[in-house]
Design a protein around this ligand. Structure first.
Ligand SMILES: C[S@@+](CC[C@H](N)C(=O)[O-])C[C@H]1O[C@@H](n2cnc3c(N)ncnc32)[C@H](O)[C@@H]1O
Length: 386
C-alpha cells in the first residue's frame, strides 16, 4: 500500500518517523499510526510503500520525495537508495553526527546529564576493512540483504576500503564470484576482509566462504578510527587508572584496546586461541556469557593472576546484561564500557549508577554513513559505599 508522508523527526536508528492521528470513521475512536521510512529527513514530504507492519507499527520504503529538506544531498554511492548498509549518505556528515548525538541522548534520557564528546571520522567513505555478502547462485545474486531479505548487489560499494573495493569489483566482473563458489551450496555467504591496514588495491584481502563471520577473530572494521580509539583509551587509562592497578580487558579480542597500557592486563575473550603472554598482557579464553564466567575468573587467583582493580568492557552488540554481577564480585575502582550498541550500554549501566558514577561520555564514529557508532563511558566507584 502506498502512503503520502511528512517526516516529523529522525529516530535513533536513523529512520524518518511519520505520525498520523485521526478518528476511526466507524468507532469514532482516536487512532494513532506511526510509520518508519528510512532515508528521509525531518520536514520532508513524499510517498512511500508499506512493506511490513509489526505490533501496529508500519515500515515503508521510500518511493519519492516531493518536498526535499534543505539538509538533503545527493548520496555519493550509487547503491545508497536500495542498499541497507548505509543510512546517512543523503545528508552531510555534520548532520549525521548531530543525529547520532541525538540518538545517544535519547538512549540515555534516564541518566544524569553528562556532556557527550563527539569523535568524528576523518573520512566518511572508503574505510570498511570487512564486508559480508549473501549469495544465491540460482538467482545469480551476490550482495547485501535488504529489509525484505532480498539480495541487493553492491559492486561499487563506497564505504569499503580501497583494497576491499578492488576485490569486490573483481568478484562482480562477469559474475566471476560464481566460479569462486562453484563447489559451494546454492545459497550462503562470503566475507571479504583485509588483514592489515594495507590500502593498496588488490593487496591483502582474504575471502572466507560460508564460515562464521569475522573468520580468524574479531577486528575493528575501521583501522583509522580504531587507532584513534586506542590512543584515546590509552590516554584516559593513564589518567584514571593507577600504574599498579590490575586491569581485566573483557571481550578483549586480540588485546587491541589495552595493547599500549602500562598496567598488567588480563585479556579475556571466547573466540580467540589465547596467544602467549605479551609484555603486560596475559590472555585467557572464557565464555563471558556463561553462568560460570565470574567463578572462572575468580579461580584465576590460584594461577597467580590477581583480581582486577579496573575493567575494560567491550562486548558485542548484545552487551553484558549481568554487568552488575561482575561489579558486585570484583568491586573495581572503575570501568570503561565501550559499546557498539547504545541501547545495551544504557540497559547494562543504568542499574549500577547507584554505586558507580559516569564521569565522561564519548561518541566515537567508527561506522560513518551508517546508523552505528561506539559509545564510551568511564565510570568510577562512588566513595560513599566504601
Ligand atoms: C566488539 S568486539 C571487541 C574486541 C576487542 N575489544 C577489540 O577492540 O578488538 C567483541 C569481542 O567479544 C568477543 N566475544 C563474543 N562473544 C563472547 C563470549 N560469549 N565470551 C567472551 N567473548 C566473546 C568477540 O570474540 C570479540 O572479540
Amino acid at each position: 500500500m502506498k502512503i503520502d508522508f511528512r517526516i516529523e523527526h529522525i529516530d535513533p536508528l536513523g529512520q524518518g518517523v511519520f505520525k498520523t492521528e485521526g478518528a476511526d470513521p466507524e468507532s469514532g475512536e482516536i487512532k494513532r499510526q506511526v510509520t518508519f521510512i528510512k532515508k528521509t529527513l525531518p520536514g520532508e514530504v513524499g510517498t512511500a510503500e508499506i512493506y511490513s507492519v509489526k505490533k501496529g507499527v508500519q515500515f515503508a520504503k521510500l518511493i519519492e520525495i516531493t518536498k526535499p529538506s534543505p539538509e538533503r544531498q545527493v548520496p555519493e554511492c550509487v547503491h545508497f537508495n536500495q542498499c541497507n548498509g548505509c543510512d546517512y549518505q543523503h545528508t552531510t556528515y555534520e548532520k549525521e553526527l548531530e543525529y547520532k548525538k541525538l540518538a545517544l541522548t535519547r538512549h540515555l534520557f534516564k541518566f544524569p546529564e553528562v556532556p557527550i564528546t563527539i569523535h568524528g571520522a576523518p573520512r566518511r567513505l572508503s574505510y570498511r576493512n570487512r564486508i559480508q555478502l549473501h549469495y544465491d547462485k540460482k538467482k545469480k545474486l551476490l550482495g547485501l540483504q535488504d529489509a525484505l531479505m532480498q539480495i541487493i548487489p553492491v559492486p561499487n560499494c563506497l564505504i569499503t576500503a580501497p583494497s576491499i573495493a578492488y576485490e569486490l569489483r573483481a568478484l562482480y566482473a562477469e559474475n566471476s564470484w560464481l566460479n569462486l563458489l562453484a563447489k559451494e551450496p546454492p545459497i550462503g555467504h562470503i566475507e571479504l576482509y583485509a588483514k592489515e591496514n594495507d590500502k593498496r588495491e588488490g593487496h591483502n584481502v582474504q575471502i572466507s566462504i560460508n564460515r562464521n563471520y569475522a573468520n580468524g577473530g574479531f577486528t575493528q572494521v575501521n583501522f583509522e578510527m580504531n587507532e584513534k580509539l586506542r590512543e584515546w583509551v590509552k590516554k584516559k587509562a593513564d589518567q584514571v587508572i593507577p600504574a599498579k592497578a590490575i586491569v581485566y580487558d573483557l571481550f578483549g579480542g586480540n588485546g587491541n584496546l589495552t595493547a599500549k597500557f602500562r598496567n598488567t592486563t588480563l585479556v579475556v575473550d571466547k573466540y580467540r586461541t589465547p596467544p602467549e603472554a605479551n609484555g603486560h598482557q596475559k590472555f585467557y579464553s572464557c565464555d563471558l556469557y556463561d553462568k560460570s564466567a565470574i567463578k572462572s575468573l575468580i579461580g584465576l587467583k590460584t594461577h597467580g593472576i590477581p583480581r582486577p582493580n579496573w575493567l575494560i568492557i567491550d562486548p558485542p552488540r548484545s552487551g553484558l546484561k549481568n554487568l552488575h554481577e561482575f561489579l558486585a564480585e570484583f568491586k573495581p575502582d572503575g570501568f570503561i564500557y565501550i559499546a557498539c550498541q547504545a541501547t545495551s550500554f544504557a540497559r547494562d549501566t543504568m542499574p549500577i549508577l547507584k554505586n558507580y558514577e559516569l564521569q565522561s561520555l564519548e561518541l566515537f564514529d567508527l561506522f560513518p554513513s551508517t546508523q552505528h557508532f561506539e559509545t564510551i563511558g568511564i565510570f568510577t566507584r562512588r566513595k560513599l559505599n566504601e
